[in-house]
Design a protein around this ligand. Structure first.
Ligand SMILES: NC(=O)c1ccc[n+]([C@@H]2O[C@H](COP(=O)([O-])OP(=O)(O)OC[C@H]3O[C@@H](n4cnc5c(N)ncnc54)[C@H](OP(=O)(O)O)[C@@H]3O)[C@@H](O)[C@H]2O)c1
Length: 308
């Protein structure tokens, strides 16, 4: 799996196919998508156009998708993975993740797809379904057996849940995807997972930046990582942008990143973030910014779901 990929959350449907195509043209070889992002058709269009134009072959690009919370029941998980593949127009995913360790009540895709957070939109509530993670994992294993998925993994799992999953997994998770940025370093989790030989992908590497787009109050009240004086000083010392410094801080510690940008220049800049090295001292200075501040927290969802 490449250490730098392109994240597709909040890439608008109207521009998504072109953005993905341009990302691949610029050199990205990993696209991180999900059923929940509502743009898998357009992501697939961009990838297939790049293949048709001879920029890449299918085997040269790493495609990730994620199973949404309403599809944890075994048959639904398999059915929805197939639907995602059909949306992308691909024969297999390189990686398929359980998006959250939260089994929500099934919403029929014929009724609404992707269903979003709420299972009952009128009442504004989330309802649950009694599906153990072991059942969902077995469904993902069956996708590997069927050749529809090359690797399977998890996202937003804490160490206890991963430990439990490892006791039942016939096929071990390849990747754990977590929120990871200078304000939320999760060092104990990262150490445990890496010691297990499981790769870590960090998302929302720029911290509050992504959540400003959503008008999140916590993000609005948090000083931007990209403007932090420590990050700025290191960026100036290396003649790099703050974004590149933060991405390198992650990748140099073997944490893969999947920055999203709707801007071609920033998208290129992010990809070009591994061509310099930070010193051990600089890595430590950035890690020391940790304040255990989470922006993507199910405890903020309707009904409050504490999972961390
Ligand atoms: N598993 C999960 O639950 C989960 C949750 C969240 C995200 N993810 C994945 O992780 C990916 C990345 O996370 P994210 O989208 O939340 O956040 P992100 O990549 O950390 O940040 C995106 C924000 O930073 C801006 N930006 C991008 N490059 C920049 C640069 N070089 N300089 C300044 N600003 C820059 C973007 O604006 P512009 O677009 O205007 O450049 C956007 O506002 C997602 O797209 C998704 O694939 C997964």
């Amino acid at each position: 799996m490449p250490l730098i990929g392109f994240g597709a959350w909040k890439v608008p449907n109207a521009t998504c196919a072109d953005t993905i195509y341009n990302a691949i043209k610029a050199g990205y070889r990993l696209i991180d998508g999900a059923e929940d992002y509502g743009n898998e058709k357009e992501c697939g269009e961009g990838v297939r156009r790049a293949i048709a134009d001879g920029i890449i072959k299918r085997e040269e690009i790493f495609i990730t998708s994620k199973l949404w919370n309403t599809f944890h029941q075994k048959d639904h998980a398999v059915e929805l993975a197939k639907r995602s593949l059909a949306d992308w127009g691909l024969e297999y995913f390189d990686l398929f993740l359980i998006h959250f360790p939260i089994a929500q009540k099934y919403v029929d895709p014929a009724e609404r797809y992707p269903p979003g957070l709420l299972t009952d939109v009128e009442k504004g509530i989330i309802e649950f379904e009694n599906v153990p993670i072991a059942e969902t994992w077995a469904a993902l294993e069956s996708l590997v057996d069927a050749g529809l998925v090359k690797n399977i993994g998890i996202s937003n799992f804490n160490a206890g849940l991963v430990r439990d999953l490892l006791t039942v997994a016939r096929i071990r998770p390849s990747v754990l995807q977590i929120e990871h940025h200078p304000y939320l370093t999760q060092s104990a989790l990262v150490d445990y997972i890496q010691a297990q030989g499981i790769a870590i992908t960090g998302y929302s590497t720029f911290g509050p930046q992504s959540f400003l787009e959503m008008g999140q109050e916590r993000a609005q009240n948090t000083p931007l990582v990209l403007q932090h004086e420590t990050v700025n000083a290191i960026a100036t010392a290396h003649g790099r942008s703050p974004a590149q410094v933060i991405l390198r801080w992650a990748t140099q510690r073997n944490i893969a990143v999947i920055p999203k940008s709707n801007n071609v220049d920033r998208l290129k800049q992010n990809l070009d973030s591994a061509s310099f090295d930070l010193t051990e001292e600089e890595l430590k200075q950035i890690s020391a910014l940790n304040i255990n501040l989470r922006f993507n927290d199910p405890n903020d969802w309707p009904g409050k779901i504490p999972i961390f």
